[in-house]
Ligand binder design. Structure first.
Ligand SMILES: NC(=O)c1ccc[n+]([C@@H]2O[C@H](COP(=O)([O-])OP(=O)(O)OC[C@H]3O[C@@H](n4cnc5c(N)ncnc54)[C@H](O)[C@@H]3O)[C@@H](O)[C@H]2O)c1
Length: 439
């Protein structure tokens, strides 16, 4: 299978502004890590754009370039960071409070991190009930607030002479919402902004401002944000790549590694009980039942789609899937995720698997933010717009075209991502058929 001559991709020249609504644990760990890598103090572990390779042609060809050499990728030195938060803390202060990084790393990066100060946020505690900040914009209505975001972006672009920008939502998880009439069309949405419609949460105001200006947007949290028809339409109109939702990091990453394996062997599953303890600000926000509901829905979809109980009713038809998150301050960002998996095999004999993942949430999320920023910038330069399903690899709850079920299997997602890169460069897609080696 040959995808032809590939796409025209504009060169990765000039500086790229990475806009981060929400400068908490994830955003500051991401910024600090990039700066540490730039200074040679650290390695980009966990990042596909920096460390991944892509096989080209036949297995006998021995062509496996680094992804960063295969497609024109913006260099880390060209990234400039900006963002918004409801607290005035600089990236240094926020990183110190988040408690993810060691004193040694913080001290080495202090001067640089102190230069990054958040702009006042668009925020309303009705949508994130556990937080109360004062570093917040005032505006006549939500349209006015979107214009203020746009003005921040314009000033940032000018100040740093930026060639391009991307925006990655690293803000808190908002309360659970389902799409409603105001999200149904761009027209209704723009009227809703002017009329302060309650169904437009702050994350949508940022997403609207970005997409309207042709700035690629990805949503790292599970709230709707750009996952509504109005903003999808806008992204097609302005030729803007978008993606979401919810970074796929600790427990769900493990789930989307293990579940495809069980299904590949046709082992049955009666139940999967997942629980977490975490003590960071994210944990505090998720302690509110309305924000937790948004996260729960995002986490629960995964097994259903991977195991396809409608196709395998005897194996997965009656499974119980439970997800719990408990706010437990002593653990800070170092989450512990337990999974108890009840499976059954030949002749129905039951077995159990226990997973205890002592992970670091923001350490797992930071390379995802980097890859999304760089791949979205690549997508924009390649003229791709709308939902970038090939970036599902990074999300718990991937956005898809309407009526299409999401692909959750991490390995299928990775294959899709790499085939998209091959397609962009006009290389043969890899199907793993491989009959030619035996002809
Ligand atoms: N760390 C992970 O592994 C992971 C995985 C998936 C999703 N997420 C999501 O990523 C997001 C960030 O996680 P975190 O651990 O950095 O949380 P955090 O609480 O440390 O940071 C979020 C920041 O967003 C700010 N904020 C909230 N609403 C805002 C608004 N309207 N505008 C600007 N700033 C706003 C908060 O003040 C806070 O500083 C959360 O929604 C979390 O659920 C994280």
């Amino acid at each position: 299978m040959d995808s032809g001559k590939g796409r025209d991709i504009a060169p990765a020249k000039g500086k790229v502004g990475v806009l981060l609504p929400g400068m908490g644990a994830v955003a500051t760990t991401f910024i600090a890590g990039v700066e540490a890598i730039r200074r040679g103090l650290s390695q980009p572990i966990g990042s596909l754009t920096q460390r991944g390779t892509v096989r080209l042609g036949k297995r006998t060809d021995n062509r496996s370039p680094r992804i960063g050499d295969f497609v024109p990728m913006t260099a880390l030195d060209d990234l400039v960071f900006g963002g918004w938060d409801i607290f005035e803390d600089s990236a240094y202060e926020a990183a110190r409070k988040a408690g993810v990084l060691s004193k040694e790393h913080l001290t080495a990066l202090q001067q640089f991190l102190e230069t990054i100060k958040p702009w006042p946020a668009v925020f309303d505690p009705a949508y994130v009930k556990r937080l109360h900040g004062t570093h917040v914009k005032k505006g006549k209505n939500k349209r006015d607030l979107a214009e203020q975001i746009q003005a921040d972006i314009d000033a940032f672009r000018k100040k740093h002479d930026l060639a391009r920008l991307v925006m990655i939502w690293c803000g808190s998880t908002e309360v659970f919402m389902t799409p409603s009439a105001v999200h149904g069309s761009l027209d209704a949405f723009e009227k809703g902004l002017a009329q302060n419609d309650a169904n437009i949460p702050p994350s949508m105001v940022y997403a609207y401002a970005a997409i309207k200006a042709g700035i690629p947007y990805a949503n790292g949290a599970p709230n709707l944000s750009c996952d509504v028809p109005a903003l999808m339409d806008l992204s097609k109109k302005t030729g803007t790549p978008i993606g979401g939702k919810d970074f796929k990091t600790g427990q769900t990453m493990m789930k989307t590694i293990l579940a495809p394996g069980l299904k590949a062997r046709l082992l049955g599953l009666t139940g999967w009980y997942s629980t977490n303890i975490l003590g960071n600000r994210d944990g505090e926000v998720l302690d509110d039942p309305e924000s937790f509901k948004t996260k729960e829905v995002s986490k629960l979809g995964v097994l259903e789609h991977i195991l396809q109980p409608h196709l395998y009713p005897d194996l997965y038809g009656g499974m119980h899937h439970v997800v719990r998150i408990n706010y437990y301050p002593p653990r800070g960002d170092n989450k512990e995720g337990w999974d108890n998996i009840d499976i059954f095999g030949w002749m129905g004999y039951p077995m159990q698997i226990k997973v205890d993942f002592l992970c670091r949430d923001s350490i797992l999320a930071a390379p995802i933010v980097l890859d999304l920023a760089l791949f979205l910038d690549l997508a924009a330069r390649a003229g791709m717009s709308g939902i970038q399903e090939w970036l599902s690899y990074y999300f718990k709850s991937p956005m898809t075209a309407p009526d299409l079920y999401p692909e959750h299997d991490l390995f299928i997602q990775l294959m899709k991502l790499k085939n998209t890169l091959r397609h962009l460069r006009g290389e043969e897609l890899i199907t793993h058929l491989g009959l030619e080696y035996y002809d």
